[in-house]
Structure formats: structure tokens, C-alpha cells
Design a protein around this ligand. Structure first.
Ligand code: SAM
Length: 282
């Protein structure tokens, strides 16, 4: 029995259910339940919230979340081999764990959750940034979630919290920083996972702001930012060519130097650009 619950240790669970990690599903499992409970605590008091977990795998983080008192956990797992192990956790925490056997990219979890909702996940690396961008770019704000506590490769975590002028600054920092506060709250070495990945990992905690920092339409902002950073070494007047018929006057309308490069423009500047694009296209 483990220290945080009466269930078997994760090594035993993995052996019993023959859960050999699959690379194609981004599977690197956390086996230390004290560590998963610590990750769960980064999301604050969970007894007052429903939690969405993407990719529970054999359930290490799921058990951490439940042991830390989560009101309810909705766990979405693509790999059906994990379902029997997750069913054992469901039985140990009656009525508090719901497992959906599905691809998190295809499913709208909101129907199964009651607010306030927090997202906590050790994300599969292959869908992590895609999900993050989706959670950051709904048409309406505030979003369905109040915070995201997510494990990423350390390098991706650094891109999320990056500031203008730094190498890591780009699409992730802008789309997250526009509507939320983000910080790195934990650092994990490769040995924390089985199998051990090649790189370090980090947990990022993101809290939704009640309103975006500056007005802009999410889809337009996303398109402008993607285009600007697609050729990050070019001056913006060249990088943004084709976005509207007259790129030079677009940049002047947004009060941005046409010879500036994307990595020097802050969130306020990109929002001004997105508004100028909306006006130019109207
Ligand atoms: N949460 C577990 C832990 O911390 O040990 C497992 C984390 S592992 C990095 C990622 C998990 O996401 C795997 O269990 C994998 O099967 C699952 N997964 C991968 N792609 C998925 C998708 N599109 N939708 C739902 N789950 C997915």
C-alpha cells in the first residue's frame, strides 16, 4: 500500500496491467505519489473545485489529486490499456473520479464538470501545446477554467513565461500572457519519470485574468502572432506581408516601427496590431 492512499504502489499497478509505456502516446509516467501530490498542491485548494486531467495513464497524478481532496476529477485517457487501473482508483474514491476513454483533442469536457474548474495534467508532449493554445483562445473570456497547472518539457515551460527581447519569447508567451498570469512552480529531473525522457520538465501554473490585458480578437491576434514569429529574424514589414494589402500603414496605425522584429514587440503592441488588422479587414 502507498503512503497517500490504500492502493498498490504504481510499479505494481503497471506490472499487473502490463502498461509498458508507448512513445507514440507521449507516455512518461510519474511513479512517486508524494511528488504527484505535490504537483496537485500547486493548483491550490482542490476541495472547492472540479479538476480536468488529460492523460491520467496509470493514475499517479490522479491519485495525487484525489488524495489532496479534489471535489471531482474528470480524467480523459486515449490509451484504453489504462482503464482497468483507473477503475481501481474510481472504486477507492466513490463518486469522485470519472474516466472518459477518448482523445482529449476531440472532446468537450465542460459538459461533465461544474465550475469552478481547474485543469491539472502531465500532458502528453505531442498534444500539450495544441491543448494549451486551445484553452487560451476561446472566443469568450473568462474561459471555462480558472487555472491550468501543467507539466511541460522545461524548454516549453520557459517559452510560456518568456518576456519580450528573450530568445524564448514568441507565440506561447504572447497567447498565455495576454489573458493570464503564468509562472514556473516546479522543476523535475528526467529521473522523476519512467521511462526517463531526455530533457528536464517543469510545472507551469497559469491563472486566468478576469479580462484580457488589452482588447483584441483572439483568432486575429493568434494569426498575427503566428505570422510575425514564423520569420522572427525578419523586420515586421516583411514578416507580416500578405496579412493586409498595406503592411507599412498597418504597422504605423498600430504605432509600431515597421523595421522592428517580432521578438521586441510586447503584448500591448501585438494587441494594437490585431485591432489594426480587424479595422483594415472591416
Ligand atoms: N498522468 C500520467 C502520469 O503523470 O504519470 C501520465 C502522463 S503521460 C506524459 C501522458 C498520458 O496522456 C499518457 O497516459 C497517454 O496515453 C495520454 N494521452 C496521449 N495523447 C492523448 C490524447 N490525445 N488524449 C488523451 N490522453 C492522451
Amino acid at each position: 500500500m502507498s503512503q497517500i492512499d490504500g492502493l498498490p504502489p504504481l510499479r505494481e499497478v503497471i506490472a499487473t496491467h502490463d502498461l509498458r509505456a508507448k512513445k507514440s502516446l507521449g507516455q512518461n509516467f510519474l511513479l512517486d505519489l508524494n511528488l504527484t501530490a505535490k504537483i496537485a498542491r500547486q493548483a491550490g485548494d482542490l476541495s472547492v473545485a472540479d479538476v480536468l486531467e488529460v492523460g491520467p495513464g496509470p493514475g499517479g497524478l490522479t491519485r495525487g489529486l484525489l488524495a489532496e481532496g479534489a471535489r471531482k476529477v474528470l480524467a480523459i485517457e486515449k490509451d484504453s490499456r489504462c482503464l482497468p487501473a483507473l477503475a481501481e482508483i474510481e472504486a477507492a474514491y466513490p463518486g469522485r473520479l470519472q474516466v472518459l476513454s477518448a482523445d482529449a483533442l476531440d472532446i468537450d469536457a465542460r459538459a461533465h464538470l461544474a465550475p469552478p474548474i481547474r485543469v491539472v495534467a502531465n500532458l502528453p508532449y505531442n498534444v500539450g501545446t495544441e491543448l494549451l493554445i486551445r484553452w487560451m483562445t476561446p472566443d469568450v473570456w473568462p474561459p471555462f477554467w480558472e487555472s491550468l497547472t501543467l507539466m511541460f518539457q522545461r524548454e516549453v515551460a520557459e517559452r510560456i513565461v518568456a518576456t519580450p527581447g528573450s530568445k524564448a519569447y514568441g507565440r506561447l508567451a504572447l497567447m498565455v500572457g495576454w489573458r493570464a498570469d503564468a509562472r514556473i512552480v516546479m522543476d523535475l529531473p528526467p529521473e522523476a519519470f519512467v521511462p526517463a525522457p531526455k530533457v528536464r520538465s517543469a510545472v507551469v501554473h497559469i491563472e486566468a485574468l478576469p479580462e484580457p490585458r488589452f482588447p483584441a480578437e483572439a483568432k486575429i491576434l493568434e494569426a498575427v502572432v503566428a505570422k510575425a514569429f514564423n520569420q522572427r529574424r525578419k523586420m515586421l514589414r516583411a514578416a507580416l506581408k500578405g496579412l493586409v494589402p498595406d503592411t507599412e500603414s498597418l504597422l504605423r496605425d498600430a504605432e509600431i516601427d515597421p523595421t522592428a522584429r517580432a521578438e521586441t514587440v510586447d503584448i500591448e503592441g501585438f494587441c494594437a496590431l490585431a485591432r489594426a488588422v480587424a479595422v483594415a479587414r472591416a
